[in-house]
Each structure stands twice: as C-alpha cells, then as structure tokens.
Write a protein that binds this ligand. Sequence first.
Ligand SMILES: *[C@@H]1O[C@H](CO)[C@@H](O)[C@H](O)[C@H]1NC(C)=O
Ligand SMILES: *[C@@H]1O[C@H](CO)[C@@H](O)[C@H](O)[C@H]1NC(C)=O
Length: 292
Amino acid sequence: MGTSEDKVKLLSKDQIEAPFPDVEVEDENTEEDSNHIWRFVCYALAYMVVVGVFLSAITFQNSSTDEQSFSRDAGYKARVRQIRPGERFDDRLMHDMRMREEHRHAKMFPMFKPPPLPESSYDPPSRFEKAKTARYIVHNSDWGSISTISVSMVGVPFGMAISFSDGTVTNSTGVPYFYVAKFDPIVKNIEANNLSTLALSEAQSDYCKVHKWDPEDPLCSRVTLIGKLVHVGPEEEKFALNAIFARHPVMKTWPKDHGWQTLKLVITDVWLVDFYGGATMVPVKDYFKAEL
Ligand SMILES: *[C@@H]1O[C@H](CO)[C@@H](O)[C@H](O)[C@H]1NC(C)=O
Ligand SMILES: *[C@@H]1O[C@H](CO)[C@@H](O)[C@H](O)[C@H]1NC(C)=O
C-alpha cells in the first residue's frame, strides 16, 4: 500500500477522513510538532510580556500627570465658561506645565541666540532671558497694535496701530506711553472699559524677514502687554512727553487743537512667545527689573 501511504502524506488530516475513511493516519512528526508549538507559545508569551512591560512603562510613567491634565482640562473649561471680562485666570498647574515644557526645550536648544543681522542694530538678548527679551522688543518698537473694547461697535475687540515710546532712547522704563487726539476711538473706549492690550512683534523690524521666519514662527518673537490703559497723571506728564517726543519728534509739531492726551498702559501681565514650546507669562516684576 505504498501509493496510498504516499497520498496520505500529501494530504492534510481533514482531507484524509473523507476519501479514505479506513486509513489510519500515522503522524510521525506529532511529537516534534508539539515541541514546535510549545516553543512558539513560549516565544509568543515572552514577546507579549516584553511588549506589555514596554507599553505600560510609556503609558503609566506619567499617569499622575495625565490624571491631572484630564481634570485640569475639565476644570479649565468650566472656569472659562464662568469668567467675566477683566477677571484674572491664574492657573498654577497650567503654568507649571508650561515651565516644565520650556525647560525641556531650553535643554534641547542650549542658549539659543539668533545671530545679529549685518547692518542692523537690532540684536535681541538670548531667548532664555525672557524678561529681557520682552523689554528689548518693547524698547525697540516705535509702534504696535493696541486693543480696547469698542463702545461704538458694542463689545468689539477693536485693535489699531499706534505709536508709543517706553522712554528715551537711552532710558527704557518698560511702560508704554501714548499720545492720542481726543477724537481717537480708544479715548472713548477706555472711559467705559480701561482693559487693553498692546501687541508687538519682531516682524515689525526686518529681523524676521532676513532670518526667513514667518511672523508666526515662534522664533520671530511676539510680546503682548496686558493691562489698563489710563491717562498719565500730572506728576508724570513731563517725563511721558519727553519719552514720546524723543522717539517721535514730529508729534511736537502736530496741531494743538486736537486735544492731545497722554496715556500709558499699566501692565498687569506680559505674554511672550520667543521660542518653541508655547507662550511664557513673564512675571511683571521681572519685566520691570530687566536691564537692557
Ligand atoms: C530714567 O527714567 C527714570 C524714570 O522712570 C528716572 O528715574 C531715571 O533717573 C532715568 N535715568 C536716566 C539715566 O535718565
Ligand atoms: C480702570 O477701570 C477700573 C474698573 O472700571 C476702575 O476701577 C479703575 O479705577 C480704572 N483705572 C483708572 C486709572 O482709571
């Protein structure tokens, strides 16, 4: 029966049963096969254990942080819904997370300082001197975009380009001073609501363009000063006007009958993007302490 045996060997067990019901199938490899199966099972188990350990290591490594960020997110949304205009939103955890992220980036790019441009005096400090960077941008800008909440277009966040000065060329104070006509919409707006922001960008100079940074590139630094836009008091008027005229001498010649007003932004917060990893809230006292 050599031929039928040969056939049997060629066929699989399932096929055998139907055409040859009486043939006993001898499987000489059973023992060896089961060894293979066991070895395969062992390898598979070992592999699963290794992969499992690896996955749980990367998943649960920051489990507490994940939980925090989850509840933080829910809490954040709930609080944002309740926030009223001008109310402060201090999120300590969010800030700490931000700082950790910043340190991580700082380690990845130690002491990033963009090269100065040829034939340009614009040469900002290292990107890890946050307060100094913010002050540098403020002092080296002649104008920015100021926003107030509109009265005539009720509730609209009205932004407009405006000239300012934070001191004479050699004496930066960090406080932006403005010179505006009494007809200017922001004068009306701040009577109703003095909350205001001043947005500045390094893209206002040729700095970002020469470095080939889009104005939204984190390396093309932006600072937004947040605070209250108020009239300068009589004791500060002379200093403020000196600061303004030092940087914008033509203003001295503008028609007197426009009812010029001297304003300043009383800064409560400083928002800065000067590097990868998101914005920094520069502490206001550090901002004023920074020396250029
Ligand atoms: C700079 O301005 C401040 C006022 O903010 C003044 O006290 C100080 O004397 C000035 N410094 C110089 C060198 O003019
Ligand atoms: C700014 O507005 C707030 C709230 O209306 C008010 O309490 C504060 O006195 C104002 N500040 C100035 C300097 O006008």
